[in-house]
Design a binder for this molecule. Structure first.
Ligand code: 5AD
Ligand code: SF4
Length: 464
């Protein structure tokens, strides 16, 4: 029986997915819902009374496991209220890292699955539905989950995400990703292009390519699907192919590693107007000593150099970054080097975190852990500088006219909201018909995290 026939013969069930963590988890949650749709599961807005709840977890920072067990305590009561009919699944990186420990501490959980096995969810649900059965699937299967996933059931909307690469081989000292998501794996160019075309047909005007180390993507070139051809493509070549899809107005990619920014990618920034002039390029630290301890495989000056080349290629490029404060061994001088780099490069926005020890990673056992109070002090100083730069960047947009992709209504009546090329939220007074269009807007005011503007004269029409 095909999936559609199965769906029509299966009673409608309610599925609620709770998503923590990065955009890739958001994407994964959507795909888990897609996999379960043929079994009759439809999205439920609340976990209360749902037939199945998936907790899609993140392990990157903080007390991830503790947060999971406390959330599971809440879900347990909801499960009991359904007479234990609710199937409770824990997915994502905490599931991968903790595995059987989750079933030991929370025996009311039915399914524990890692990020690489969710294509097997229907079979896991069938096994878990037999009373008392527990299912753990945290291996890294030989088959590629993407080959076993159905096409997306629910459209993502005007802005869509597309995972092209997963896992990481970089092994930064502090990071759990190489352990929870596994070795780096790239999807083929043909499957990525086909999914992008589908997303555009479903109404996407902007696609963000996702990967833990997205610019390490190296996929089989389309011709090679039937043998022969160009071998493998890098991200720059893929972006060129995607830029040709009619109706696709904007392309982005995240998260990239400075070491994997190659000449082709820089050229793509030069040549492709639809590749947005905003790049998230984590540097983590501005100190060569710490970058080496982090196993980042580049120096602070090499980072400056990559940024210089990118800005030469695309002069209006703005940058965002990630910083870790208080990696083991970080001295005041190392921290000052980070502040120095921030002043040199200038960021339109940034994320900064206190180093948090992740069991099993090399940095966790390293000597010279930085005291919490010191981390707090340094983080506050860094964040003050980053806030200042973000405010200056937003202020520099006032008076400019830029294309805004409208994605929904604003908070106030008569307002519509969208995103600038630099991902800033922008609010204007305008007609709801413009939602889904890219329209020229003159920016009139800057706020800490958003902009306001007016629709550029005689532009109140749908863009082509
Ligand atoms: N502690 C603090 N921040 C971390 N990140 C990753 N691992 C850790 C950790 N152990 C941050 C990095 C990365 C972002 C996704 O999360 O800055 O780029
Ligand atoms: Fe983690 Fe990114 Fe380093 Fe890979 S490159 S180990 S995902 S921080």
């Amino acid at each position: 029986m095909d999936a559609e026939a199965l769906a029509t013969t299966t009673a409608r069930k309610r599925l609620h997915v709770i998503t923590w963590g990065c955009q890739m988890n958001v994407y994964d949650s959507g795909r888990m819902a897609d996999v379960l749709a043929p079994l009759g599961y439809a999205p439920a807005a609340e976990p209360d009374g749902a037939d199945m709840v998936i907790l899609n977890t993140c392990h990157i920072r903080d007390k991830a496991a503790e947060k999971v067990f406390s959330e599971l305590g809440r879900l347990r009561r909801m499960k009991e209220a359904t007479g234990n009919r609710m199937i409770l699944a824990v997915a994502g990186c905490v599931a991968q890292a903790e595995g059987a420990e989750i079933l030991a501490r929370a025996p009311y959980v039915d399914i524990v699955l890692g990020p690489q096995t969710y294509h097997r969810l229907p079979e896991m649900v069938a096994r878990a539905s037999r009373a008392g059965n527990k299912v753990i699937e945290t291996d890294f299967p030989a088959e590629d989950k993407f080959d076993h996933l159905p096409d997306a059931a629910a459209p993502q909307g005007i802005t869509a995400f597309l995972t092209i690469q997963e896992g990481c081989d970089k092994f930064c000292s502090f990071c759990v990703v190489p352990y929870t998501r596994g070795a780096e794996q790239s999807r083929s160019a043909a499957t990525v292009i086909a999914e992008a075309k589908r997303l555009v047909a479903q109404g996407a005007a902007e696609i963000s390519l996702l990967g833990q180390n997205v610019n390490a993507w190296h996929g089989l070139a389309p011709q090679d699907v039937d043998g022969g051809g160009e071998g493998t493509w890098g991200l720059g070549r893929l972006l060129r192919a995607l830029a040709e899809i009619p109706g696709l107005k904007r392309l982005r990619y995240t998260t990239s590693h400075p070491r994997d920014v190659d000449e082709n990618l820089i050229a793509a920034h030069r040549d492709l107007p639809s590749l947005m002039p905003f790049l998230h390029l984590p540097v983590q630290s501005g100190s060569d000593r710490i970058l080496q301890a982090m196993n980042r495989k580049h120096t602070a000056d090499e980072y400056r150099d990559v940024v210089r080349k990118l800005r030469e290629a695309r002069p209006d490029l703005a940058l965002s970054s990630d910083f870790i404060i208080g990696h083991p061994g970080e001295t005041e001088a190392d921290f000052e080097a980070t502040m120095h780099l921030v002043r040199d490069v200038t960021f339109a926005m940034a994320y900064s975190f206190k180093y948090s020890s992740r069991p099993g990673t090399p940095a966790a056992g390293a000597p010279m852990q930085v005291p919490e109070a010191e981390k707090d002090r340094r983080l506050q100083a860094l964040q003050a500088l980053l806030r200042e730069q973000q405010a200056a960047f937003n202020a520099s947009c006032v008076g400019l006219t830029m294309p805004i992709l409208f994605t929904g209504t604003g908070r106030h009546p008569g307002q519509i909201a969208g995103r600038s090329p630099y991902l800033q939220p922008v609010h204007v007074t305008g007609p709801a018909e413009l939602i889904g269009s890219e329209v020229q807007v003159t920016i009139t005011a800057a706020h800490p995290n958003s902009l306001a503007g007016i629709i550029h004269t005689s532009q109140e029409r749908r863009s082509a």
